[in-house]
Design a binder for this molecule. Structure first.
Ligand code: HEM
Length: 766
């Protein structure tokens, strides 16, 4: 009903304006607002109505979801283009789906993107998502003061891990370069960000040193980084596959569809860039909101405790059973959409206007006609809504509209939800306290372009701090930590914490990493110590540490946290009293990055471990097998065609005759093999093994004397499926005979060569 009304309303506005040859009203602004533009746009909306037109910029702004749906979804055929500005081109936008013009190229790119990131396919990313989110928890536990860095690590590392199978951290040059260019993209999308160019477009042709042309240098650098993302991670993933280290979804896709290689690489580039700021923004906003709304946080934690208990972290299977956690996630996305103005949609043909349409998602989600108390954080509103908290994620509007709706939304949705649920399960967040015990205010400011809290300096993870504090006390006063924390805390975890805060510890303390402000604030009241969950944060094994060390040795932060682990091994002052082997293994990963186990069983004795060399061998064999399976010479559709053709050729009724003939052939072949084998076994002379070989046989004779146990007739005549199966069957029978041949022991290669000469029909080019 609402939609129909809106359609009529919007149409009326458009038609009446068009017939008058006029536009909806709007301010005649010369300079576009670049700071908190979404707030300004809403103010204009309040003044001028649902549609605000800016003539100087030929841009239509809407603050109303109904109008946006009318235009961008119901008339998506018209409003789905993007403006590829010369600046965007310099930035490398031509290969980025999100800014590409609506064209055949876009359609192809989007198709490939959707095949990988569609709802039904995103299960393939679960292991990487668990892996990265749990890693985030571990890092947060060790150095909570580096919260922003850990959020960066998660958002920058997820796509490389999930799509390319690469471990890239925020310290990695490529990751930091990508993070650096996002702002440039944000600016290039927002009108008014490059005023010199917008006023004098001819500046695009001037060299970058020309006064006012600084934007060109920035855009060029951005373009170079995009080019790097296009090639570098893909090449690395390919190398990994070729040298047998690991395979990845993008490489497998490229092998299946070599004809789509450009689109596949573009998909990788787009997702790499598209995921970083949006993920970071959502998670930062969530943490900020939790610090500001402790009641909602407690309710979320209580729900998790009630529904899934305290002995494991949440998984995707739990999602449907956690309505309040879902409501928290949705409320965060409603109040703080990471892309508050979406990306402008451009009309492709004269509808009523030909202009850019900007959907102010931020204002839509705070529409007082839709949401009561729109600026308040109230997760309960989603529980009360008619559709319930689990309605389609498209209803949050945070992911945009119509044909250009976010193509990575299902994966993004999963990542953010998992982070929200896991953080709630493991930590309590709150404002830090200063030296006098007063809470430090959190600046509620958000950055421009992409929406995220400006600074987290004041935010501390109280729950962790409580935990550290109590462990520290426990270690000072009593040798046994168990009675005090009252739970089965994993010893490795304890040992790592001890280094942070135990006052009698003689090694490095957290102060060497920078003292957290909360450390100065004395012992906070211990309202909620849920140490029981922290064991699930796990700890890295020695080999993990060594591997990460190799990968990240250049980075200070990681160096610090790793050195803590390494030194803890040398210490004798706090030996672990109990072994919980599987706690440790829970967060270990195999070479493909999948967590080894998700449930925890406590065992004292580990299962007998394979040697590293054997493990490598097993993995390599499995990998090669997988590779063989995926390396079909034909595409799937081609295989289907061949199969269909073979069926047609055989024809109805002839099938039985053909099978009978083949079985005669088979039995003849088997007897020939046995004869061959017995003859060959009795002879030692190499030349005698060539008795059926092609080399001594004239070509013409060869062709007429094709033996029934020989395979193939050259490229000209391919085998049918059944023929191929039969040939393989025969080969399987031959195999032990070849191995038992006395020649094989002395010269295996020559024996195999001779066998091949005897059995494969030599292809004679005509
Ligand atoms: C919380 C996370 C995210 C949010 C809020 C978000 C939001 C958006 C928005 C608002 C748009 C513009 C839609 C429009 O024009 O109407 C968009 C486009 C897009 N997003 Fe996302 N995004 C997120 C994460 C991701 C991730 C992780 C990926 C990749 C894996 C991704 C890939 C894309 C692509 C490819 C487009 C362009 C679609 C097109 O123009 O055809 N996004 N996103």
């Amino acid at each position: 009903m609402f939609d129909i009304k809106m359609t009529k309303k919007t149409m009326h506005r458009f038609q009446s304006s068009a017939s008058k040859g006029s536009y909806p009203p709007g301010p005649k602004v010369v300079n576009m607002p670049t700071l908190d533009a979404w707030v300004k746009y809403r103010d204009w909306g309040n003044k001028y109505g649902d549609l605000v037109y800016l003539p100087r910029w030929n841009t239509l702004i809407t603050n109303d979801a109904g109008v946006a749906i009318d235009l961008l979804e119901k008339r998506a055929r018209i409003y789905s283009d993007r403006a590829m500005s010369p600046i965007m081109k310099l930035c490398g936008g031509e290969n980025l789906l999100s800014v590409e013009c609506y064209s055949d190229k876009w359609r192809k790119d989007r198709r490939v993107f959707q095949q990988t990131f569609r709802q039904a396919a995103i299960g393939q990313f679960y292991p990487a998502q668990y892996n990265k989110v749990h890693e985030f928890l571990r890092e947060l536990l060790l150095t909570p003061e580096d919260l922003t860095q850990h959020v960066n690590g998660l958002s920058q590392g997820l796509i490389p891990k999930a799509l390319y199978g690469l471990d890239i951290g925020p310290e990695d040059a490529l990751a930091s370069k990508v993070a650096g260019i996002i702002d440039t993209f944000g600016k290039a999308l927002l009108s008014g960000s490059f005023p010199a160019y917008e006023w004098f477009p001819f500046l695009i042709f001037m060299p970058s040193w020309f006064p006012g042309c600084g934007f060109k240098r920035i855009a060029n650098e951005c373009g170079k980084v995009v080019e790097e993302i296009y090639t570098v991670p893909f090449d690395l993933a390919m190398n990994n596959m070729q040298n047998g280290t690991r395979t990845s979804p993008i490489v497998e896709l490229a092998m299946q569809k070599p004809q789509d290689i450009k689109e596949i690489k573009a998909m990788g580039t787009m997702s790499f860039i598209g995921a970083i700021d949006t993920t970071m923004s959502s998670i930062s906003s969530f943490i900020l909101v939790m610090c500001l709304h402790p009641n909602a946080q407690t309710k979320g934690q209580e729900e998790i405790d009630r529904v899934i208990g305290k002995d494991r972290l949440p998984t995707f299977e739990d999602r449907r059973h956690l309505p309040y956690v879902e409501a928290i996630y949705r409320e965060v996305m409603r109040l703080h959409p990471p892309v508050p103005l979406g990306f402008p949609h451009i009309s492709m043909e004269d509808d009523s206007y030909r202009c850019a349409v900007v959907a102010n998602i931020w204002a839509m989600n705070r529409n007082p006609n839709v949401y009561q108390d729109p600026d308040r954080f109230l997760p309960e509103r989603h529980l009360k809504s008619a559709a319930g908290p689990f309605e389609s994620i498209d209803n949050i509007y945070a992911y945009g509209f119509g044909r250009r709706v976010c193509a990575g939304r299902y994966m993004a949705d999963n990542t953010i939800w998992l982070t929200v649920a896991s953080v709630l399960a493991a930590f309590t967040m709150g404002k830090a306290k200063d030296g006098n015990g007063n809470e430090i205010d959190i600046p509620g400011k958000f950055t421009n372009h992409f929406f995220r809290p400006v600074s987290f300096l004041a935010v501390k993870l109280q729950r962790i701090w409580f935990l550290l504090q109590s462990i520290s006390e426990c270690q000072d006063s009593q040798p046994a930590w168990r009675p005090i924390v009252g739970c089965h805390l994993a010893p490795p975890f304890l040992s790592s914490l001890r280094y942070c805060h135990c006052s009698n510890f003689k090694g490095p303390k957290l102060s060497s990493l920078g003292t957290p402000r909360s450390a100065q604030a004395g012992t906070p009241p211990c309202r909620r110590i849920r140490v029981i969950e922290t064991r699930f944060i796990g700890i890295r094994s020695k080999s993990d540490i060594a591997r990460e060390d190799r990968q990240r040795h250049s980075h200070n932060y990681h160096f610090h946290s790793l050195s803590i682990h390494v030194r803890s091994k040398r210490s004798t002052s706090h030996n672990a009293s109990v072994k919980f082997t599987t706690v440790k293994s829970q967060f270990l990963e195999d070479d493909s990055g999948s967590p080894v186990a998700q449930t925890v069983e406590y065992e004292s004795d580990p299962a007998p471990a394979l040697k590293k060399k054997d493990k490598h061998q097993i993995k390599r064999e499995a990998f090669l097998q997988r590779l063989e399976l995926t390396q079909s010479p034909y595409s799937k559709s081609h295989q289907r065609r061949i199969k269909k053709k073979a069926k047609e050729q055989i024809g109805h009724g002839l099938e039985e005759i053909r099978t009978a003939l083949e079985s005669v052939d088979d039995s003849r072949a088997l007897s020939t093999i046995a004869q061959d084998a017995s003859a060959t076994a009795g002879k030692t002379d190499k030349s005698q093994m060539k008795v059926d070989g092609d080399e001594d046989t004239p070509k013409s004779v060869h062709q007429s004397k094709v033996k029934s146990n020989q395979i193939g007739e050259g490229k000209g005549a391919t085998l049918s499926n059944t023929q191929r199966k039969n040939a393989l069957k025969i080969e399987r029978l031959r195999y032990p005979l070849i191995l038992s041949n006395p020649q094989f022991g002395s010269n295996p290669f020559q024996t195999i060569r001779t066998h091949a000469q005897n059995t494969l029909i030599k292809h004679v080019p005509t």
